[in-house]
Design a protein. Structure first.
Ligand code: ATP
Ligand code: MG
Length: 336
């Protein structure tokens, strides 16, 4: 039986697993449902997501990772174990696993993920930094002495990194990503329309009619349901794309400012490379309309979205295992 390698993207919003040579085998929400009275784990992933908000009060659906950090180590371990067991159950041999954790996760927390993978039966385990994985999985050759900039806009954070020679030269992260855009939409509708809408509704609004720059989307309207803050009763209102743009634009500017800050700190030779090659956006959050256009306009550097924005981190994490075989050392002793 052949060996097999797994690339595991442990994201704030979703867990994506790539088996080298086979493709994406898991794509599920990072959610876990727990009975708070007994501490028992009832469901993980899609099944847990379905339970959210529809169960008795003592059964809660939690996200073990929030804002790009591990908020609950025990739950994270459960999630890692569950998915590695799920994937490896169809193989006889133990897998070699590379895990990508959000860049702001500490070493102690990373070790929890590593230990969980080992106890789930991993033969060997490595940690991979998210920007490296995002670049590799998007087909960028990072082995050259050439500066490349990757901005990964996930659910919890936007991670901005300059990479050269298989390593991160400098990086930072800002809490401006998918979930916060949803929150901005909820706040806007609450303050301006006096209606409370749910997180899933806000996410749908963002995906369908949300834009961070004027003129990138034809004027569109969308009907949404929520609860009136005046009567307390259910209501249906119409939200238009243009009324949201100013709020979303203002928030996206915090990401732009952080990108500019990194460009200012980047050594001149590498900045020249970035100027020639452009800035690559990855992550589901990068799909909000107008983001590449806004970053290009504000920085003067061409900006484009990866061809596989959501899957590239899992794919690149799996690909990184090959690099490590060649002596490239990314392991869990590395300081982040
Ligand atoms: N078409 C779309 N338009 C706008 N946003 C989108 C779209 N598709 C997905 N998203 C958003 O992408 C976010 C999730 O992105 P992704 O799966 O890259 O996050 P993650 O890797 O789990 O998070 P992180 O990297 O921060 O840990 C969600 O907020 C989701 O709403
Ligand atoms: Mg991610």
């Amino acid at each position: 039986m052949a060996n097999y390698d797994i690339g595991f993207d442990l994201g704030t919003t979703s867990i994506i697993i790539y088996v080298v040579g086979k493709g994406i085998v898991v794509k599920e929400p990072s959610v876990i449902a727990v009975n708070q009275k007994t501490g028992e784990v009832l469901a993980i992933g899609e099944k847990a997501q379905e339970m959210a908000g529809k169960t008795p009060a003592h059964i809660v659906a939690k996200r073990p990772l929030e804002n790009g950090v591990i908020s609950d180590i025990d739950m994270t371990e459960e999630v890692v174990k569950y998915f590695i067991r799920k994937v490896s159950s169809s193989y006889v041999v133990k897998p070699k696993v590379a895990i990508c954790v959000p860049s702001s996760v500490t070493n102690v927390e990373s070790r929890a993920a590593v230990n969980a993978a080992l106890s789930a039966g991993a033969r060997k385990i490595f940690l991979v930094e998210e920007p490296i994985a995002a670049a590799l999985g998007s087909g960028i050759d990072i082995s050259k002495p050439r500066g490349r900039m990757v901005v990964d806009v996930g659910g919890g954070t936007a991670d901005i990194a300059v990479i050269s020679l298989n390593d991160v030269v400098l990086s930072t992260s800002v809490k401006c990503a998918g979930t916060q855009f949803d929150e901005k939409i909820i706040n806007y509708v609450r303050l301006n329309r006096k209606v409370l809408i749910g997180e899933r509704t806000a996410e749908r609004v963002k995906k369908e009619i949300g834009a961070v720059m004027e003129g990138v989307l034809p004027e569109t309207e969308m009907e949404v349901k929520g609860r009136s803050l005046e009567t307390g009763l259910p209501v249906k209102i119409t939200v238009s794309s243009s009324e949201l743009t100013a709020t979303l634009n203002e928030f996206a500017m915090s990401m732009v400012t952080t990108i500019k800050g990194i460009l200012e700190k980047t050594p001149p030779e590498l900045v020249g490379d970035i100027w020639e090659d452009g800035i690559m956006l990855t992550g589901g959050g990068s799909l909000i309309k107008g983001l590449p256009e806004l970053i290009s306009k504000e920085t003067g550097v061409r900006c484009y979205v990866s061809e596989t924005p959501i899957d590239c981190v899992a794919i690149g994490t799996g690909m990184a295992l090959d690099l490590m075989e060649d002596g490239y050392s990314i392991n869990y002793d590395r300081d982040y």
